[in-house]
Design a protein around this ligand. Sequence first.
Ligand SMILES: [Zn+2]
Length: 320
Amino acid sequence: MVSMKRLLSALLAAALLFSLTACGTQTAEAAKEKQNNGPVVVATLFPAYDFARAITGERCTVTLLVPPGAESHSYEPTPRDLLRIENCDLLIANGGESEEWLETLLDGTARGFSALYMLDCVDALEEEEKEGMQDLHEEDDEGGIEYDEHVWTSPRNAVTICRAICGELCVIDPDGAAHYRQNCDDYCAELEKLDAAFRDIVAQGRLDCLIFADRFPIRYFVEEYGLDYYAAFPGCADDAEPSARTVAFLIDRVRDHAVPAVFTIEYSNGKMADVICEETGCEKLLFHSCHTLSADDLARGETYLSLMWANTESVREALG
Ligand SMILES: [Zn+2]
């Protein structure tokens, strides 16, 4: 495994060197991406990218590294990614299991930039094996503690992460501190409204349990609002085939609690939910974890806030 990583690093370095000596346009390209004289921020995932652009406004160039629609759990970086990171002032990453590629990529690079990991900003929760959940025996299961990496799904965590990003920016670019703080305050006020809306919805709901006929990337969310849950699988990587037993278990839970709706997540084929809906007459709803946006989502101007507000409607419906 280690030698594979070394090999990957070496290949990337070689590819990068080649592309630089070949024409030297990569640096020019990186310079072109810089839209102003403020710090350059690179975020690996959409939530961090979205928080950073809200806080920096026009003052900084903020780049999203993992492209829209890419499978962020098994991302394969390019030489261009390394170049972008090496030329940035602040790297905001997740720090979770599925970002091992980042550590591999950074192995041996001169780190002339600050790095902030979202997982380090909050109280990390371990991935949970919940009753009825199907164990997928993933290859990356090395027996150590696996933290759930979807920390941003709790709006309160989002506030904490934004404050940390703001703090880093104020250190890197003290002249912009007042600007960053103002933007951060305004944005966090929006996050507080979102948080209050979820609290209201949960308080008024007949039920206190969400059922995911899918992967389950919102452990931090349910923990925040004191909700219970059932789900087919942990995490939120690509589609997995559910066993008949898993489907039957979830159907029983829907019937037991007279649950009006079950959830799927973004990029899911939704087939399991279809089966459960057909069997029980409940509805299929989307909870967008905001982990990865499609190119269409981005082009439409979707944000963490817009997607989470859409989630408030789904959660309201599902809690009856
Ligand atoms: Zn995920």
